[in-house]
Write a protein that binds this ligand. Structure first.
Ligand code: SAH
Length: 345
């Protein structure tokens, strides 16, 4: 039983089994999700007996800090955390003028196989539980002393491939009796699984959804993302449009740019055509080359030119600031280099 992944009403039911009243369950919930206690010993308003009982029957998940890298450019901090089964995940704290943002992982590794991404090279090891996703935010708040206002599910893993845990995670994170982060301040990024996007739209959670598009057509997309061999762009975009219809949230498209692959003027024009009529925002990301693959980052002039073409077609577009590029901040790079080091030992 993973007590930190329970909704409050489930926790109340669970504590009934120990003959504990509802208010006791509420205290425990508050300790876990507001006061961010990392052990039962911190829960000083519970009796010693109860704490002992809980320790035995409901071990609390917690993350061990394995490594921490701070960028000299922008203070972006990358954390490597150990899980109870000795697997490792990474999370990132980014400081912006408008507040602090944490980027979390949703799985250990990833099975989607995007050809430019470090997270997927060793495949997927397992899904993360809701509590392990929450703990990344809780632990970063505790370690940094910073309040987190924005959460992006853009670290290792495909969140919609870990659907039920993701929903649980979002509901607890946005619970007014928990950390109470607004759903509007949460972004979930997906490689695009149409049925899951529709399910997600039906949850009634006003979360921002970002689609990893990366290409203006199926042919290029298939080269970059194996998932594009299963779902055509039209199917993914239809599901995405449904998401907008249901939630009213403006859609975000991520477009990572690699030299000679998807960064030509013709690609920009094709993209304009593809996105015509969507209330959307396009985020251009200079690809972050990983040593295992031969992709080269598009040069700034090309990216700027690409942006101009989109703007001329009245598409909202920004170039993503590269944060923490000096600290292995591309998806999965820190975890990957850590695992290689351990392998060599
Ligand atoms: N699986 C989800 C979320 C994790 S990846 C998804 O596909 O959206 C988060 C984003 O980073 C995705 O847009 C992904 O394509 C992009 N990304 C991963 N590795 C990258 C790299 N080396 N350079 C640029 N973008 C990368």
């Amino acid at each position: 039983m993973d007590i930190k992944s329970l909704y409050l009403d489930e926790l109340i039911d669970e504590m009934k089994k120990l003959n504990q009243p509802a208010f006791r369950a509420k205290q425990i919930y508050e300790w876990m999700h507001v006061k961010l206690a990392s052990s039962y010993d911190d829960m000083t308003n519970l009796s010693k007996d109860l704490r002992g009982n809980l320790k035995e029957s409901y071990p609390l998940t917690r993350l061990e800090l394995v490594d921490k890298l701070v960028s000299e450019h922008d203070k972006t901090t990358k954390y490597l955390f150990g899980l109870h089964d000795k697997r490792v995940i990474e999370s990132v704290l980014m400081k912006y003028r408008h507040g602090n943002s944490v980027c979390i992982s949703s799985q250990v590794g990833c099975m989607m196989g995007c050809t430019f991404c470090a997270s997927t090279i060793g495949g997927k090891e397992r899904d993360l539980t809701a509590s392990e996703m929450l703990d990344q935010i809780y632990k970063i708040q505790a370690l940094s002393g910073e309040r987190v206002s924005n959460v992006v599910v853009m670290g290792t893993g495909e969140p919609l491939d870990n659907y039920h845990n993701l929903i649980r995670f979002i509901r607890i994170l946005t619970d007014e009796k928990g950390l109470n982060i607004s759903a509007r301040n949460i972004t979930v990024s997906t490689c695009g699984i149409p049925d899951r996007i529709r399910d997600f739209a039906n949850e009634g959670l006003p979360v921002t959804l970002a689609l990893s598009l990366h290409a203006p057509n199926n042919e290029i997309r298939k080269k970059l993302m194996p998932v594009a061999r299963i779902y055509k762009l039209t199917e993914v975009l239809d599901a995405f449009a449904y998401y907008y219809e249901k939630t009213g949230r403006r859609l975000t498209f991520e477009y990572s740019m690699a030299e000679g692959i998807n960064d030509e003027e013709e690609h920009a024009r094709e993209l304009c055509h593809l996105l015509k009529g969507y209330n959307c925002h396009v985020n251009l990301i200079p690809i972050n080359p990983i040593k295992e693959r031969n992709y080269v980052k598009s040069d700034n002039k090309k990216i700027q030119n690409f942006k101009n073409i989109l703007e001329k077609n009245r598409i909202n577009v920004t170039i993503r600031r590269e944060m923490g590029s000096d600290i292995n901040a591309a998806c999965g790079q820190l975890r990957k280099s850590y695992l290689e080091l351990v392998d060599k030992r």
